[in-house]
Write a new protein. Sequence first.
Length: 256
Amino acid sequence: MLFARQDAWRPERAGLPRLRALLGRDWERYLELTHPQVRGRFAASRVLLKFAAAAALGVPPESVEIGYGLTGRPFLRGYDGVHVSLSHTDGLLLVGLAADGAIGVDAEPAERVLYGPGLDRHLCTPFELDRVEALPLAERNPAVLRLWTLKEAYSKALGLGLRFRFTDFGFTPDRAPRAVLRPDGTPAPVGRWAFRTWSLGDRYTVAVAVEDAGFGRTVDTAAGTALDPGIVDAVTAALGEREPADERETAAADGW
């Protein structure tokens, strides 16, 4: 994981040709955004993700291409061995990369107030609400913030976003929950996951959810290792099919 302040990460200052090369297929989407702050955040988050992925893969950032699933979840085209996640809030950019399985990250300003009436309808399970209400008053909002960011991170990792109702699953409201819980607080059988929340400079609450897909830890994330073999085979086959045609064109040009 890595983070950056948006005001210190301004890729548009490199000039439009450089920014266009970095954004790649996101360039048209960037031009469609009319609000300057939204455009700047969009460009900064995508370029930061590309530089992070490029460092992990050992390739130039311009060669990294971001794709999006049906729910908007980003992925690296061609690199099935590296999973990514993005979050941004109040000038903070957050990027997560994982080679073990799916990853989700989320961040919220530490001053955001979420504790209050209606938690049981929108955010907390009965088990979570009981645990939060048992805390001293000063600790309740930070605990709810941890739950919110962790649920966001987990739902992002699943590719569901807000389509996954936050009252249908839960966690313990501490900084290092160990499992996904049912609404009554019993463990839910969802596979192997690792979770963590923490404070970033006392200004933000940050959370990450990482899946262990069961294939062991991938240490080598070089492009040659992380490239999807199916894509490599398809490209190789396509090139092989074109060679005879190229040879025929050359022969015709030479009068054979």
